[in-house]
Design a protein. Structure first.
Lengths: 280, 177
């Protein structure tokens, strides 16, 4: 049994919030750079060079990459031999988000009630997904999620008869419908299987995968590649202004499902696909 | 495709001359409003009041900045999705709103109102907020301070790089591309 004080989570998270919003991870930077090199249309190349310049300015001048510094989505993988002490875990996470978003001059984009819509003023509460895993470590991942792309996400409850073709069509349709609104080039997170809510959670989690790293399931890796190619054939392009690069990557996660069902969730993320992790 | 340097206010002839796909370098005064501020505009107009900025001939940037650090004019300041303002835009266009700046497609109702009033919709590059902050030379809150990032602001911009996404005849760069 290992003891971890929840205050350590608060401290780590506040730093992660700032880091994730100012500096894109190396895998994402590379994906944007590669896309800039691969783009063929003139207007698309212009947009990509703007995005590269933006990343540079954000990092050197300590300005958030995008003004939508997101709602804080926090994944906690807690080792089953860890004992958390010193306070309430949820409060510790929210304290970390509050501290990070305040001290980092990040935008406060959260309203306390979806209908009454009063800004909470500190970007809390976070969205917290906790899983218990073997071991005595604690992994914290933050994925600040902007809503320009979140709003374009979709869930499909397909039928088993729709099969692999149906799944591929659904993903491509979602990206084409999102068009310029999701700030292409996008990263597409997909969850196939499970049930209604698990498919969506898998899609969100797929966005935190190292960009462009294929699934370790051969048939899924092949689907990721085929869907990515089809999306890029759409011609939506950077900024939706036309071009060869509409998506940087398609990441698909899967889980067992019911004999009657084929859930497919498509979580759209812009080119500012932010994720940062730390292991305590 | 043409390139123009434009200093606001822009005359009607220039507005009509702009074509979808043209590249613009914009300077002058623009207002900033997004979802919550637009809802308040609408409510004010419903009550028979005026909106708290001179809407005729104005430019609205759909944006909600991140906070300025000490010494900064503004934080990150890129465009937000314009279609969320579609519900409110035709009414403002009929009051003389001339320029909208954002990202993404617009509804047929907004495009009709643009044609009716000779207005243009300009696209900024989504997700380039750090870069856009550099062309903003001043920023002040005009009203709705309680809305935080969604307050109504007035900015002075210099050489803000934009693309004509939809022109006053309703041609769209999102359709021809």
């Amino acid at each position: 049994m290992r003891e971890i004080k929840v205050s350590e989570i608060t401290e780590a998270l506040s730093k992660l919030c700032i880091e994730a919003n100012i500096t894109l991870s190396e895998d994402m930077k590379k994906a944007v750079k590669d896309a800039a090199d691969a783009e063929t249309s003139e207007v698309g190349r212009g947009v990509m060079s703007t995005l590269l310049e933006n990343l540079q300015i954000a990092e050197t001048e300590d300005i958030p990459i995008c003004q939508d510094t997101g709602m804080a989505v926090v994944f906690l993988e807690i080792g089953q031999d860890v004992h958390l002490k010193g306070g309430d875990l949820t409060e510790a996470v929210n304290d970390g988000v509050r501290k990070g978003y305040t001290e980092g001059y990040l935008r406060k984009s959260v309203v306390s009630d979806p209908l009454l819509r009063v800004n909470t003023g500190d970007n809390t509460p976070a969205i917290i997904h906790t899983s218990i895993v073997p071991g005595e470590k604690l992994k914290i991942t933050i994925a600040p999620k902007g809503f320009g792309s979140e709003n374009m996400s979709k869930i499909y409850m397909l039928k088993p008869a729709d099969g692999q073709e149906g799944v591929k069509n659904a993903i491509v349709d979602a990206v084409i419908a999102a068009g310029p609104n999701a700030c292409p080039p996008v990263v597409v997170g997909v969850g196939i299987g499970g049930d209604f809510e698990l498919s969506a959670l898998m899609a969100k989690k797929a966005l935190t995968r190292k960009t462009g790293e294929p699934s370790n399931l051969p048939h899924i890796a092949a689907m990721e590649k085929e869907v990515l190619d089809r999306i890029n054939e759409s011609g939506i392009g950077p900024g939706g202004l036309g071009g060869a690069v509409t998506a940087l990557a398609v990441h698909i996660n899967t889980y067992a499902t019911h004999i009657a069902g084929l859930p497919v969730a498509v979580n759209m993320c812009c080119h500012v696909n932010r994720h940062a992790s730390v292991i305590i | 495709m043409s390139e123009y340097k434009i200093t606001l206010p822009m005359d009607e002839t220039m507005a009509k001359k702009l074509k979808a796909g043209d590249v613009i370098s914009l300077s002058g005064t623009i207002y900033v409003a997004r979802d919550a501020a637009h809802k308040r505009f609408d409510e004010a107009l419903d009550r028979g009041e005026e909106v708290p900025f001179p809407v005729k001939g104005a430019a609205i940037y759909y944006m909600g900045p991140s906070p300025a650090k000490p010494g900064q004019v503004i934080g990150s300041a890129g465009p937000t999705t314009a279609s969320r303002m579609d519900r409110y835009a035709p009414r403002l266009l009929d009051l003389g709103l001339q320029i909208m700046i954002g990202k993404g497609r617009r509804s047929p109702e907004v495009i009709d109102a643009m044609k009716r009033n000779g207005a243009v919709y300009l696209a900024a590059v989504g997700g380039a907020g750090a870069l856009y902050s550099k062309c903003i030379k001043s920023s002040e809150i005009v009203d709705y301070k309680d809305l935080g990032a969604e307050a109504l602001r007035k900015l002075t911009v210099e050489d803000m790089k934009l693309i004509v996404a939809i022109d006053s005849e309703g041609n769209s760069v999102y359709e021809i591309s």
